[in-house]
Design a protein. Sequence first.
Length: 213
Amino acid sequence: MKFLITAGPTREYLDPVRFISNPATGTLGYFVAKKAKQRGHSVTVITGPCSFSEIRGVKKIQVESALEMKDAVEKEFLSCDVLVMTAAVSDWRPEKRYREKLKMKRPWKLKLIPNPDILKSVEKIKKGNQVVVGFALESTSIIENARKKLNEKKLDMLVANTVENFGDSSRNNEIFVLYPDGKIKDCSGYSKRKLASFLVLEIERHNKLKRRK
Ligand code: CTP
């Protein structure tokens, strides 16, 4: 299969040297890419700025902002079988990106506008045999909120995480994989490497089922 994986954070610049972002490390995306490659799949990774190490034979596309990631995903998605959207895409960006470095010695207000939801835009061009896996980072009512995202974004699988698992945390407390038929797999306590392996094997299984239909 052809895997397309997004990883890392995005950066949303307000002037040439300042941006808003988040502490995503890209580690889970890295392990998914590595496992998929090991299993003999073709793999492309679209990554935001993080220390995503090169993996032999894996194509890496470097982006910075959510808009750049959206463009790259839409382009690559047309020819892939699987999209695994591990990236922590910034939900907002500054309304204005100043060309010059800002010199502000007094308080000022920064206006943020929403970024497009990449998974939602992909849903519109998705073909029946493509598998799309999303993630949800929740601080309360994990399963309920994740189920809503799974349905709204019409995903084939959704991995629900708690905020404690975010960034370079090695704790992987509560992790659940949700499916559209209502099934839930409890992966709590899995390391990122183990979760990545589980996901790749699940995606293979899902793809087989889709092809049989
Ligand atoms: N995502 C996306 N485009 C965005 C934001 C997020 O495609 N602009 C993807 C992420 O890669 C992830 C999933 O959507 O796979 C869920 O991300 P999350 O931040 O948990 O949820 P949101 O849908 O942004 O909802 P909220 O932040 O309101 O909980």
